[in-house]
Design a protein around this ligand. Structure first.
Ligand code: G
Ligand code: G
Ligand code: MN
Length: 542
């Protein structure tokens, strides 16, 4: 029905309603005329008859006015109902079309939201896959290739945790703008969520073009991003696939781009083009998650230990505990390959409990045999955001009977900055128990030095990246020296990790570093080997 038609229809319906009331009016007024004439005839002639009725009508002028009433009602009813029904109809029609416009706008917005990312307003995974499918059929006809580049920002999670989600979002927008600036109008840039972007390149005649674009993308990210006062370095790992070589449909292509991206990330390789052999090196992440849960339950994890040496006495005083995963297919996996996974999937809680329990059991054994070593156990940022963590820690300490003043928990600066208030509460409760806290990887985060004073910390570990190169890099040497001085001013002990040679150790000694850790003394090794190492390198002093 057109709107004019529906207007006429509405008017008719309304008019018929109003007409009913006009008919009521006419009926009532006819009834009033009859009654008034009968009463008037009776008053004038003393009876009720047809004659007195007629006489009354003839002689009583007032009744004449009454007689006009039905005509008036009829006319008024017609007139008003026509006007009213048209007005009401128009009103309804107006509102209906208004609703129609609103609905259409909502529909458009819903369509947009369903196919776009809310932070960057780039196409999302759904739209991207759709475009890939279209591009595939087009390039089949044109005998040209397409390429997909999957991009994952390195360490974005850290930035997000440290600076908050709002700043994380701002950074994503800036990254999206940079990426857009190196692409052609016909390319599609999409955000898959988190820190993952995808790029579709179409109409490719030469594979070299794809590598060129990948390089351009990496280069676009090399100059730092400025967020408020902060300068942030952002790097990305890219996985590349080309149609038709690497897959026939969008799902296969994207999944293989993900495999290549994963390999790029693991190997710090920047960009990696997919090839079949990569499939073996990049376990599917979902199965890995299930396997990790199993590994924790089945004790398929194991601990390696790396000694720490006191500078003043040159004697070992403790070990850092480092977890490994003995995987049936992928072999011995380093923590960097699965801690992130554990953090994302909530497995970090049971994993940390596993590490603490087995480390403290071993430590208690060593202590009872006279080997009085400190144990330094790494915590994840997620552990500090878990209000139940101190309880769990108490439980493990009590059940293993490890002397708690020999325990140190290593946390990173970024872990505290994720939610300082909550983290500080958990830290205070740990410190109140008499367990020491150490700041790991110091110098790589963004925390302010003044903030350190507020924390119940007793030790600071200078990150290995500064220590490793301090003999050849003046800047690194200056940072190491300044950090040692700062830590001492705050009454903290200083551990230098990444000590790889004698010269570095001697330099650290001259800078008054308290404790050394590094390959120069020993790599992280299994418990049997560390016991042997302690035996040949003098026992720790209590
Ligand atoms: O041993 P390796 O260099 O691969 O260790 C890499 C990183 O993994 C280290 O920075 C260390 O902090 C982290 N790590 C090692 N063991 C554990 C652990 O038990 N729990 C957590 N949360 N991190 C660990
Ligand atoms: O970030 P964290 O301090 O937890 O890292 C500890 C890791 O550092 C250990 O797993 C170990 O593999 C690594 N590491 C320890 N000593 C050295 C060293 O002397 N050089 C290098 N390159 N890495 C080291
Ligand atoms: Mn550590």
């Amino acid at each position: 029905m057109s709107s004019a038609q529906s207007l006429r229809f509405n008017a008719k319906v309304l008019k018929s309603k109003v007409t009913i009331y006009a008919v009521y009016g006419i009926t009532i007024s006819l009834f009033a005329i009859v009654l008034a004439t009968i009463i008037s005839g009776y008053v004038l002639y003393g009876n009720v008859s047809f004659d007195s009725f007629i006489q009354a009508q003839k002689s009583n002028v007032v009744l004449w006015f009454l007689d006009v009433m039905p005509f008036f009602f009829a006319f008024w009813g017609q007139y008003v109902s026509t006007i009213m029904s048209y007005e009401a109809g128009a009103l309804v029609a107006d509102q209906t079309s208004e609703f129609r416009i609103q609905t259409a706008a909502l529909e458009t917005k819903a369509m947009h939201d369903a196919t776009h990312d809310s932070v960057t307003d780039l196409p999302n995974r759904v739209l991207f896959c759709d475009r890939v499918t279209q591009a595939i059929s087009l390039s089949r006809r044109e005998k040209k290739k397409i390429a997909i580049i999957l991009l994952d920002l390195d360490r974005f999670k850290e930035i997000n945790d440290t600076l908050g989600h709002l700043n994380g979002d701002r950074l994503l927008k800036l990254v999206a703008m940079r990426l857009e600036s190196v692409l052609r109008e016909s390319d599609t840039l999409a955000r898959f969520g988190g820190d993952e972007f995808a790029i579709l390149l179409t109409g490719i005649t030469d594979d070299e073009v794809v590598s060129l674009v990948a390089r351009k993308i990496q280069r676009s990210l090399t100059s730092p991003f400025i967020l408020d006062e902060l300068t942030l370095d952002v790097q990305a790992s890219a996985g590349i696939v080309i149609f038709p070589e690497h897959g026939e449909d969008s799902d296969t292509l994207i999944q293989r781009a993900d495999v290549a991206m994963y390999v790029a990330k693991q190997g710090n390789k920047g960009s990696v083009i997919y090839k079949k052999e990569l499939d073996q090196h990049s376990p599917h992440r979902l199965t890995l998650m299930g396997e990790l849960r199993q590994a924790i339950e089945n004790d398929d994890l194991l601990l390696h230990f790396q000694p720490q040496i006191r500078a003043s006495s040159n004697k070992p005083i403790g070990v850092e505990v480092l977890v490994r995963w003995q995987h049936s297919i992928h072999g011995l996996m380093p923590p960097d390959d699965f801690i992130g996974l554990a953090e994302r999937t909530g497995l970090i809680k049971p994993l940390t409990r596993w590490v603490l329990k087995h480390a403290l059991q071993k430590g208690a054994l060593w202590h009872s045999s006279g080997l009085k070593v400190n144990l330094a156990v790494n915590l994840s940022a997620k552990n500090l955001l878990d209000p139940d963590f101190p309880e769990m820690l108490t439980g493990v300490i009590l059940s293993t009977e490890f002397p708690k003043d020999y325990l140190l928990l290593e946390i990173t600066e970024t872990a505290i900055m994720a939610d300082p208030e909550l983290a500080l509460d958990v830290l205070n409760r740990i410190a109140d128990m008499g367990v020491r806290i150490s700041i790991d990887d110091f110098g790589t985060g963004y925390s302010s030095l003044s903030y350190l004073k507020k924390l119940p910390v007793s030790e600071l570990k200078i990150d290995k990246s500064f220590v490793k190169d301090m003999m050849s890099n003046k800047n690194d040497a200056a940072i190491v020296k300044a950090t040692i001085d700062l830590a001492h001013n705050l009454d903290l002990e200083v551990v230098a990790e990444g000590v790889e040679d004698k010269a570095t150790m001697e330099k650290l000694h001259s800078l008054s570093c308290d404790i050394y850790q590094g390959y120069y003394f020993s790599r992280p090794v299994p418990s049997k080997e560390i016991q042997a190492w302690f035996q040949t390198n003098q026992l720790a002093i209590a």
